[in-house]
Design a protein around this ligand. Structure first.
Ligand code: FAD
Length: 492
């Protein structure tokens, strides 16, 4: 007999609820624990997973296999092209291994829930027990409700309820132990090829060049040890000034833990629990930087709660149905200019080039470029949402959809649609000296002073033109007026 843990986006040993439960069953019954990972190229394509994110996953699987192996726990990995085949294949493997109990952490996106529902039915037919547990959020979706008993659609009251809940139920912040080693003799009971299982190759449409692999390995080293180290370093230093510095793009004042949280190499519970410990055991108060950081990690929970309560957002729909009727422009040229960082708005261009180079973008310009696409260019925000998923190493459906809903004013954000980011003002405010722009837009490196924010209107026209930097593709105030009119018309 054996028990199975099925890894998905929870690629870690520490603080992994389903893995710990599986380990407990193994210990109790003195049976081996087998870990499983199935890669589905079709699934990665359907969910627009970026090559950088696939590479990060595969690198983390390599580490997982090693650390599990040290505990005599095998990690069996294989590729199943068709995602529909996954439930059947899991049952087949369990039968082959003599396993009658499977654990997994729940994923809340609709496709994933449908897959799990199929697995439940198949397992039931074969007498296999399948337990899918809540783990990815610090506070389980469904635990918070407004006084009227509804799910909150606005972050601030939701966040207050989130903090109150955690103060009243502090066990939710208790970090879960890593699994124990497999019971003595387990290695002998299991077929040797289980331990020899190799990390699957990246699907052909998700590969990186050697240079990219090297670059991303340096930016986002794999393994939960790297994640925990990055977390601790952040909490000990930049985290303390996070409230003051987080919006300044060039200060590198944020944690850059999003790739680890998205792939589950770091659990959000561990992140909040350690931040709280560093913050004199407070969620709020004490150090302003750490408190603010906790409230940002909470946004991740918030968007997952929104997804669970309004699953239609998984179907290419916006949260606010009244904006379904916005009449979008389908201008390929301006979309390409945006995606390649050639809009003539230095902050937008710097950000899009950062995205292409790092597979990551700072939060402030994520807001600016999403607003720019949806409002200044009036291009359907879903094109931007897709583009982000296809390029981000931290691509995460709920947070990405939430962010795009914010930028395009079609999401849960209570701000009216006429709040439109001005890319030049944002640049002046959050990249005062233009360092971020100079780093990512080399054409503007020699532009001095405030002209960097808008070279064609501030006396740096000659340098910009000579270096081939494009003129602004739209006039912000005119396009602002156009967006307001279109959004207003959609509401009529
Ligand atoms: P830190 O500032 O150090 O914050 C710590 C963690 O808190 C982050 O790693 C992240 O997990 C969480 N977090 C912080 N801000 C947010 C937020 N606004 N929404 C949700 N979670 C948050 N985040 C993703 O993880 N994946 C995405 O695909 C994604 N797409 C986005 C798209 C748009 C248009 C916008 C505006 C935001 C998006 N975000 C996304 C949220 C945010 O920009 C990133 O989480 C953040 O920039 C990651 O950097 P960091 O790890 O240094 O964050």
């Amino acid at each position: 007999r054996a028990v199975v843990h099925w890894f998905k986006s929870d690629l870690r040993l520490e603080d992994n609820r389903a893995l710990q439960l599986a380990s407990q069953v193994a210990q109790e019954h003195k049976i081996p624990l087998i870990c499983l990972y199935i890669l589905s190229p079709e699934d990665l394509t359907a969910h627009l997973c970026s090559p950088a994110r696939v590479d990060f996953t595969l690198r983390n699987l390599r580490v997982l296999k090693e650390v599990l192996g040290e505990r005599d726990i095998p990690l069996y990995m294989e590729t199943q092209d068709k995602r529909q085949a996954i439930p059947g294949r899991i049952v087949e493997l369990c039968q082959q291994w003599g396993a009658n109990h499977i654990f997994a952490n729940l994923e809340y996106e609709v496709d994933e829930l449908r897959r799990e529902a199929r697995l439940i039915r198949r397992c039931a037919r074969q007498g296999i027990k399948f337990e899918a547990v809540h783990d990815t959020c610090v506070v389980t979706p469904g635990a918070l409700a407004s006084q009227q008993g509804n799910q909150y659609a606005v972050y601030t009251p939701w966040y207050r309820a989130w903090c109150t809940f955690l103060r009243q139920n502090p066990e939710n912040l208790e970090v879960i132990d890593a699994p124990a080693s497999n019971p003595a003799g387990a290695r002998k009971q299991l077929a040797a090829d289980l331990f020899a299982s190799e990390v699957p190759p990246a699907p052909s449409n998700k590969t990186l060049s050697d240079e990219e692999k090297k670059r991303f390995r340096t930016l986002y080293p794999e393994g939960e040890e790297s994640a925990l180290e990055r977390l601790q370093k952040f909490l000990d230093s930049a985290g303390r000034q996070y409230a003051d510095n987080r919006n300044y793009m060039e200060k590198q004042a944020t944690s850059v833990l999003s790739p680890y949280l998205a792939a589950g190499v770091l659990s959000a519970r561990t992140a909040v629990s350690r931040a709280q410990a560093a913050n004199r055991h407070q969620l709020t108060g004490a150090n302003a930087g750490l408190s603010t950081w906790i409230s940002e990690v909470a946004w991740r929970d918030f968007y997952r709660h929104v997804l669970v309560h309004w699953p239609f957002i998984c179907m290419n729909k916006c949260f606010k149905p009244e904006f379904t009727n916005v009449e979008w422009e389908y201008d390929e040229e301006t979309f390409c200019a945006w995606s390649e960082g050639r809009t003539g708005y230095p902050l937008v261009d710097a950000a899009m080039r950062q995205l292409r180079h790092c597979a990551w973008m700072h939060n402030r310009p994520r807001m600016v470029v999403s607003s720019f696409l949806a409002k200044d260019l009036l291009i359907d925000w879903r094109r931007g949402e897709r583009f982000f998923m296809e390029h981000l190493v931290d691509g995460d459906f709920a947070s990405n959809h939430g962010g795009w809903g914010f930028g395009s004013s079609t999401g849960v954000d209570p701000q009216p649609y006429f709040r439109i980011f001005n890319p030049v003002l944002q640049s002046e405010r959050f990249d005062r000296d233009g360092e971020y722009i100079r780093r990512w837009v080399p054409e503007l490196r020699d532009v001095k002073g405030a002209a960097i924010h808008d070279p064609y209107h501030r006396g740096a026209e000659a340098i910009a033109a000579k270096q081939g930097y494009p003129r602004p593709i739209v006039d912000h105030s005119a396009s602002r007026g156009r967006a307001l009119a279109r959004y207003k018309r959609a509401l009529q």
